[in-house]
Design a protein around this ligand. Structure first.
Ligand code: NAD
Ligand code: WQD
Length: 338
């Protein structure tokens, strides 16, 4: 079966392409490369020894989507394509709503036209309200997002679940990712953010490789064991395997189901810095600065439903995540831009 992967040249998409190809699926990628480099796809081919089609273009381009469905027999779509920088979404809300909502609306319209109604969507733990008890279950309260990016994920969940209510032929899986980090064990693909990284791990690796002077730790006065923020970091290869499990699930089920993809473990910013330094034997200088607006003290998943229903569980440790992130960064100091 062929899986259409939107945003397949990106960080999570490229790792998922590897896992799909290694599990025997065919892959077709559409990506407009607005936040990625096509070298990632060459490396997916190199790692798997398998070829696949790549369409450079925008998911909001319905004509291009019709051409892709006409030229390929697609059995499932994984929709990664989207803009994901929280701060940028506050500065450019229209661009985020346009890209993230219209890509899904155009994609699902064309899927309906061609009668292919199996869809997996990249949602986020950011859809959960800030006042929930931990761990977060799929039934925990959602909404009251703090930025336009979060609202695009929340609204897309509403759109897709409404479509599944109206038309029983849809099989839709909403995957709420926690904090994906790490890289393929080969060090050939990994996260390659443009400009100053927003997220913790790429910032740590860029400090370690000498591209930035020191890490700013955003607050050490939270109500957590060491005062720094606690998150559920998940290895991107585990996350990618969760998508393969979802592809199998959606082929056999209709309706709309939501799953957390997390480990269920919370680690603090200082745990991350310590583990990274220990396993890689490389220093990561840091300073404590003020809290970052909008940050929560603690956020971690209850991944029980994914284990029970999808038969998927994250397997890699924090040490694996730190080691693999560093292998990618140290072998590719400038990312794919080398
Ligand atoms: P990424 O930016 O590396 O990948 C997204 C890809 O989509 C990029 O290759 C980009 O060029 C492409 N793209 C964006 N808009 C497009 C459009 N309109 N048409 C075609 N291609 C388009 O991001 P990622 O980290 O791989 O994230 C993948 C998905 O997972 C995103 O939807 C993101 O919001 C979601 N997500 C990511 C995280 C995270 O921390 N990385 C957490 C939760 C959810
Ligand atoms: C993790 C921890 C920071 C950077 C974001 C999005 C979320 C999801 C994943 C897409 C926090 C601290 C960070 C730094 C730091 N993305 N930190 N110094 O905020 O949990 O989630 O990415 O859906 O929607 O909001 O991840 O990696 O930015 O931060 O101290 O330079 O690291 O305060 O405690 P976050 P993050």
């Amino acid at each position: 079966m062929n899986v259409l992967v939107t945003g397949g040249a990106g960080y999570i998409g490229s790792h998922t392409c590897v896992e799909l190809l290694e599990s025997g699926y065919g892959v077709v990628v559409i990506d407009n490369l607005c936040n990625s480099n096509p070298k990632s796809l060459d490396r997916v081919r190199e790692l798997t020894g398998k070829d696949f089609k790549f369409y450079e273009g925008d998911v909001r381009d319905g004509e291009l989507l019709r051409k892709i469905f006409a030229e390929n027999e697609i059995g499932c779509v994984i929709h990664f394509a989207g803009l994901k920088a929280v701060g940028e979404s506050v500065a450019q809300p229209w661009r985020y709503y346009d890209n993230n909502l219209n890509s899904t609306l155009v994609l699902t319209k064309v899927m309906e036209e061609v009668g292919m109604k199996n869809l997996i969507f990249s949602s986020s733990a950011t859809v959960y309200s800030g006042d929930n008890e931990m761990p977060l279950r799929e039934t925990s309260k959602t909404g009251s997002c703090t930025n336009p990016y979060g609202w695009t994920k929340y609204m897309t969940e509403q759109i897709l679940s409404g479509m599944a209510v109206a038309d029983k032929e849809w099989g839709i899986v909403l995957l709420r990712y926690f904090n994906p980090i790490g890289a393929h064990i080969s060090g050939r693909i990994g996260e390659d953010p443009r400009g100053i990284p927003n997220n913790l791990m790429p910032y740590i690796t860029q400090v370690a490789v000498g591209r930035r002077e020191k890490l700013s730790v955003f607050g050490d006065d939270y109500d957590t064991p060491d005062g720094t923020g606690v998150r559920d970091y998940i290895h991107v290869v585990d996350l990618a395997k969760g998508h393969v499990a979802a592809v199998k699930y959606v082929a056999a089920h209709s309706g709309c189901e939501v799953f957390n993809l997390g480990t269920g473990c919370g680690y603090s910013v200082l745990d991350m810095v310590r583990t990274f330094q220990e396993v890689n034997e490389v220093p990561v200088p840091y300073q404590i600065v003020d809290r970052r607006p909008g940050d929560l003290a603690t956020c971690y998943a209850d991944p029980a439903k994914s284990a029970e229903v999808l038969g998927w569980k994250a397997e890699k440790s924090l040490a694996d995540m730190c080691r693999d992130s560093w292998r990618w960064q140290s072998q590719n100091p400038k990312g794919f831009g080398e």
